[in-house]
Structures are given as C-alpha cells and as structure tokens.
Design a protein around this ligand. Sequence first.
Ligand SMILES: Nc1ncnc2c1ncn2[C@@H]1O[C@H](COP(=O)(O)OP(=O)(O)O)[C@@H](O)[C@H]1O
Ligand SMILES: Cc1ncc(COP(=O)(O)OP(=O)(O)O)c(N)n1
Length: 308
Amino acid sequence: MRDFDYLAASAFTQGIRANIAYPAESSVWPPRVLTIAGSDSGGGAGIQADLKTCQELGVFGMSAITAVTSQNSRGVHAVYPMPEEAILSQMDAVLGDIGAHAAKTGMLYSKDIVKAVASKLDDYGVRKLVVDPVLVAKDGSPLFRRDAVNALREDLLPRALVVTPNLPEACELLGVEEGTIRSVSDMMEAANMLLRFGSKYVLLKGGHLEDEAFRGLAIDVLAGGDGTAGMQPLTLSGPRIATRHTHGTGCSTAAAIAAYLARGFEMEHAAREAKCFVAAAIARAVPLGGGIGSLWHAAHREPAHGLQ
Ligand SMILES: Nc1ncnc2c1ncn2[C@@H]1O[C@H](COP(=O)(O)OP(=O)(O)O)[C@@H](O)[C@H]1O
Ligand SMILES: Cc1ncc(COP(=O)(O)OP(=O)(O)O)c(N)n1
C-alpha cells in the first residue's frame, strides 16, 4: 500500500501561493472549471463547495445549476430541479464563450437531466470530466430520482475521465445491497468492477468505511488508467479526523480533482492533492448550525491545520 504523503502533498498545494508555474497545458491562464451541480443553500456542499474549492486552488470556477435545494446542517428541506433547457443554456453560455479545461458533475437529479448534460458535454468535446454520482445527502435525503441511476451508468460514466462514488453510491451503481463493501479489499474489487461502466478511472472514496484493520485511517482506492487492467488499484490513505462535521467532503473532493486536472496534473497526482486539500478542510471544519457542520475550504492556507 502506498502511504499518503501529507508533507509533500501539502507543500505542493501551498505552492500556489509561492507562484509555482502551472503545467504547460494550462498555460492559458487562468485554468477554468465548469461545475454542473445542485445549489446547497447552506453553503457546505454542491455548487457552493465546488466554487470555494476552485477559488482556493487557483482555478476560475463557473457553474450550471441543475437544481436548487433548501438545505442546512440538519438536512435537505426541499429540492427544486431546474428545467433541462435552463441547464443547457447555462452550459452553452459558459462553454461557448469562456471554455473549460475540466468539468465536474454533481447532483443531476433525473434521467432527463443526466442525458441532456451528457449530450451537451459531447457537443463541446469536454475531455476532462469528473463525475461525482451524487445520490443521497449525509442526512439520508435523496438527491436523485431512481431513474437517474441507469442514465448515470449508461450515458455519463462512459464519458467520464474519473467517477468518484462513496461506498453507498458504489453499491447503488453496482446494483448490490448497501453495506456490501466492508473492507479495503472489497473496495479494490468494487473499484475494478465500476471500471466496466466505461470511465477511465474510478476513485472509490472510503469515508464511510468501517474496516477494523484500518481504524484511524481514511482510505480511498484509485483504479484504472493506461495499461492497468488486472493490476492492483492504488490506495490513497490519510489519517481519519475525528469529527462529525464533514458536510461537503464528496463535492469538494471531486471539485478539487477537477481543479488539479484543469491545471494539468495527472490523475494520481490530482487525486492525492485533492485528498490532502479536503483533509485540511475537514480538520478545520466549522460546526455551523445544529447538525453536520461544513468544511473550511481555506484551511490549506493555514500552516497549522493540524495535519503535519
Ligand atoms: N473523518 C475523515 N477524516 C479524513 N478524511 C475523511 C473523513 N471522512 C471522509 N474523508 C475523506 O473525504 C473524502 C470524501 O469521502 P466520503 O465521505 O466517502 O464521500 P462523501 O462525502 O461523498 O460521502 C475521501 O477522500 C475520504 O477519504
Ligand atoms: C446540492 C447538493 N449536492 C450534493 C450534495 C452531497 O454532497 P457531499 O459532498 O457528498 O456531502 P454530504 O451531503 O454527503 O455531506 C448535497 N448535500 N447537496
């Protein structure tokens, strides 16, 4: 197992402030990311988390809002999906003018939205696509219609550079009972199985894992890439921070990967940096409201964020 190197990774993250040159591919400054996702009125997840993440990572963030949620630290009160026409119009406005080096999808809600977004991404030839298959919020509220799962599998995953499910989302996509993935070796098997849906990489996030053998660690699994068929996926491992305030971890992870990809990082490097960025934000999470508090996205700027 490769250990996660916080010191090296966070030095890289902090390099943004030190004016480290952007990789050649992103020499047209600034790198740009389009997030296609739902709005979280509480500011912790969804579009709000994505844009905060982009800004913190030196990337210009843009949005196409798929649904408005009335949400706070205690849960989701209501979901108002946007008409497909409005979503596509936002995508046209952004991609037809400003352009994006990478795109990220989050809450897509329904089959029709998934299909429309997939086809529009094709129209613009977006290659660096991060698909976060958002299905359920932390409080258990559904953020999707059941018909969206099949459309995610068939229409979006084959277009994705990377898909970033958590464990319940992975079970849903694989059509197995929730709770089936119980260990790191189950995660590796599941990640390899998810590759069959056609994304180039799968980052299976282990925030929900309760594996006694890895107590105290937060472990993700990265599978896929060139020439890795049949090879053991990588594990990305970091300390598990003892907090219940983790609202927005999934969105922020996917947005950070998109930001690093837009800057020209390779997938493994982008995933490791994203994990480091999110870990710092969890370590400094803000216990706002009476429920699950949100990440503090500026934490990586603070030298004493508790992870070094
Ligand atoms: N308590 C924690 N301490 C450190 N890292 C965590 C913690 N909880 C989740 N993570 C990390 O945050 C990222 C998001 O994971 P996860 O919670 O599984 O996703 P989601 O928010 O979509 O449910 C992963 O990289 C995971 O390892
Ligand atoms: C509008 C919206 N999109 C996505 C989520 C899920 O976000 P995530 O980062 O997985 O965080 P939790 O909800 O699991 O804390 C959301 N809640 N709202």
